[in-house]
Design a protein around this ligand. Structure first.
Ligand code: ADP
Ligand code: ADP
Ligand code: MG
Length: 670
């Protein structure tokens, strides 16, 4: 076994690998860029080597710097994680030349599978079902149009070197093919430094189901069941689960065996994933093989009890697979939510900044469930624009699917993140979504269910009452404490009257307090809308971000954040402003004029911090709805900003190459 390994990655996956190495008694070396000096992975590793500036192309992607770090520290092997150098055959070869072991497959398998065009050709030969399409490079828009016509619409234009859902466009007609070709090519060039694209049939309403394989150097290869990753936004996975609620034993076995056949055909060794899309009749088609550890590998670990990183390390060290196919048992259900630094209320635009608060739920057993949180950040960490916007992977395991989903919903309700925008409200909403809960999924699920983008769930009247009860209990605790702290004279202490009104969003909920102990833990008997008595219990104290308590017998976990005149309450995908007032105060508040936000309808605002790639119009120009106004690049994605109606440009305030802040005015209209 190795004595020391280097992890050529950062963030959660570097931390993940270090954990297993430590468990196996292997010393670890981290590498870091300027932006990651204080990163968690650097702190966790036994040693750390600085490898250059923040830009990945000058640090994490430079093979020579990784090799130099191995030599400097005496690391015998390198785990590449995912992304970065994990699928670069040239990197493995360079390591091999120096006598350093790559913890992953051999270069030959990476070459065969790392490129989508090549891997499809290979899969065809290995008699694996593939998506119908054109297996060569598309040279120009006219060529693209011709090929698309032959395949039949809709089609998908894909970067051969693609990954992470980037460099991919659907086209339903000729003009979309031309546009899609340009965009896919340019995105591929920017993200992967390789602009080759190809075209295949777009399978309508498929599910994404992938098989985890594990193979050693002695041609032993097994599959560890499947993961379903159909909950995607823009072809990027958001929530994954294992097993899939859609597969029967027969299809699972057929997919597993094809995956193993493909792996064997390329002499695969290490952990790998064969991705398929599956149509509603359970026909499955090979998409690609990822020759690395997958982001969503924890769900497989949770249902099989197998540590995939440990297996990768053992295989790389030349050990034989100790697990036989018959030993693989799928136990219970696991769900993973990817927490991204993005603003769900603003079309999921990337968000950067410092984590002023980061309090994940505690890992370990909770009732029948188990919580696991793979993360590479801590309170105070910075989410920068240089790397992937994933903050954490929250996983839950439970005996059944619905128990795992409910455990996830609870875990999300108590996961506190401040300082950046993040998608927890969206994930929390998904966990309540009936289609998700029933497992009626397709990769179009999010686009279909959230066609207008994401809006927080509005509370039902029952929810509103619960939110009002929480807001009132918080107000009582605060009032009680204020009285104690300020040492006021008796006649001036706040007298708590019985009649209240709680504003929840735009509505007022009348509440009468029957009996209360406002010193934590509080116990308050109250009546909502003059109805029956409800009992609130909680040990919430000022400063706690999570309100954990009971409304009658119902357990509630909600998040509170103080705002001007009240508090924001986040609960199960709902996000409302709550303000508990004594009745006479509410009467006055209702007389206050409402301040309206400024009118920005005649401006094009920069939707995210980013770089202007192009301004596509000139001052005075008339544009039609749908025409491109400007292109902004952020996080390596090109975002086309289009006119939402017919407009005339009156002023342009930015030019190509400008780096703009969110909400900067790019241009104005008359
Ligand atoms: P998975 O199938 O494991 O979810 P993805 O395809 O979503 O993997 O990609 C995993 C991660 O690696 C993502 O965070 C993505 O941004 C990154 N990634 C994938 N391919 C590349 C690549 N070629 N270059 C850089 N980063 C990549
Ligand atoms: P990446 O390397 O970015 O992960 P994939 O080829 O694995 O690229 O595709 C990512 C996702 O895009 C799939 O999970 C699926 O939702 C969608 N997709 C890819 N190809 C097709 C296709 N031919 N038809 C329908 N959906 C597709
Ligand atoms: Mg993929």
């Amino acid at each position: 076994m190795f004595k020391k390994i280097l992890i050529a990655n950062r963030g959660e996956i570097a931390c993940r690998v270090i954990k297993t190495a430590r468990k196996m008694g292997i010393a670890t070396v981290a590498v870091y860029s300027d932006a990651d000096r204080d990163a968690v992975h650097v702190e966790m590793a036994d040693e750390a080597v600085h490898i250059g500036p923040a830009a990945a192309s000058e640090s994490y992607l430079v093979a020579d710097k990784i090799i130099a770090a191995c030599k400097q520290t005496g690391a015998e092997a390198v785990h590449p994680g995912y992304g970065f150098l994990s699928e670069r055959a040239s990197f493995c070869e360079a390591l091999e030349k120096q006598g350093i072991i790559f913890i992953g497959p051999k270069p030959k398998a990476i070459v065969a599978m790392g490129d989508k065009i090549e891997s499809k050709k290979f899969a065809n030969e290995a008699r694996v079902n593939t998506v119908p399409g054109f297996l060569d490079i598309i040279t120009d828009p006219t060529h693209a149009e011709k090929i698309a016509g032959e395949i039949g619409y809709p089609v998908m234009i894909k970067a051969s070197a693609g990954g992470g859902g980037k460099g991919m466009r659907i086209a339903w007609n000729k003009s979309e093919v031309r546009d899609g070709f340009e965009r896919a090519t340019s995105e591929a060039r920017n993200s992967f430094g390789d602009d080759r694209v190809f075209i295949e049939k777009f399978i309508v309403d498929p599910r994404h189901i992938e098989i985890q394989v594990l193979a050693d150097a002695y041609r032993n290869c097994i599959y560890l069941g499947e993961r379903e990753c159909s909950v995607q936004r823009r072809n990027q996975k958001v929530v994954e689960e294992a097993p899939s609620p859609f597969l029967d034993e027969k299809t699972r076995k057929a997919m597993g065996e094809q995956a193993v056949a493909l792996a064997k055909a390329v002499d695969y060794q290490s952990a790998g994933t064969v991705e398929f899309i599956v149509d509603k009749d359970r026909n499955f088609y090979f998409l690609e093989m990822n020759t690395r550890l997958q982001v969503e590998h924890p769900v497989t670990e949770l249902i099989t009890g197998i540590d995939l990183v440990e297996q990768m390390i053992r295989i790389a060290a030349g050990e034989k697979l100790a697990i036989k196919q018959a030993d693989v048992r799928l136990n219970g259900w696991a769900v993973e939510s990817r927490l991204y630094a993005e603003d769900p209320y603003r079309n999921f635009l990337p968000s950067i900044g410092r984590l002023t608060r980061y309090r994940p739920p505690a890992e370990g057993p909770v009732g029948k469930a188990i919580i696991r949180n793979d993360t590479g950040v801590t309170e105070g960490s910075e989410i920068s624009m240089f790397y992937d916007p994933m903050v954490a992977k929250l996983c839950t395991w439970a005996p059944t699917r619905l128990e795992a989903i409910d455990a996830m919903a609870d875990a999300l309700d108590t996961f506190v993140v401040d300082g950046i925008e993040h998608n927890i409200p969206f994930l929390a909403t998904l966990m309540q979504h009936p289609r998700w809960r029933e497992g009626r999924l397709s990769t179009g699920f999010i686009a279909e269910e959230f066609p207008e983008g994401f809006k927080a769930i509005s509370p039902t009247p029952d929810d509103r009452d619960i939110l009002a009860a929480i807001a009132l209990s918080v107000e009582l605790v605060r009032k009680e404490r204020l009285d104690r702290l300020s040492d006021r004279l008796r006649p001036h202490t706040g007298k708590i009257r019985a009649e209240w009104e709680v504003r929840i969003g735009d509505d007022y909920v009348p509440v009468t307090i029957r009996k209360s102990t406002a010193k934590p833990p509080v116990k308050i008997d109250l009546s909502l809308h003059g109805g029956e008595v409800v009992t609130i219990r909680s040990d919430w104290q000022p400063g706690d971000a999570v309100w954990d308590g009971y409304v009658d017998e119902r357990a509630i976990k909600a998040q509170l954040r103080p705002v001007l005149n009240g508090m924001r309450i986040d609960w199960k995908g709902m996000s409302v402003i709550g303000h508990a007032m004594q009745k006479h105060v509410a009467a006055l508040e209702k007389l206050m004029p409402v301040k309206l936000p400024p009118d920005t309808s005649n401006m094009l605002l920069c939707p995210m911090p980013g770089l202007i790639v192009s301004i596509n119009v000139t001052e005075g120009q008339e544009v039609k709805a749908g025409e491109t106004l400007a292109i902004v690049e952020a996080m390596k994605m090109e975002n086309v900003l289009r006119a939402d109606r017919d407009l005339t440009v009156s002023a342009i305030n930015a030019k190509q190459g400008d780096s703009l802040a969110v909400d900067a005015v790019i241009m104005e209209f008359v």
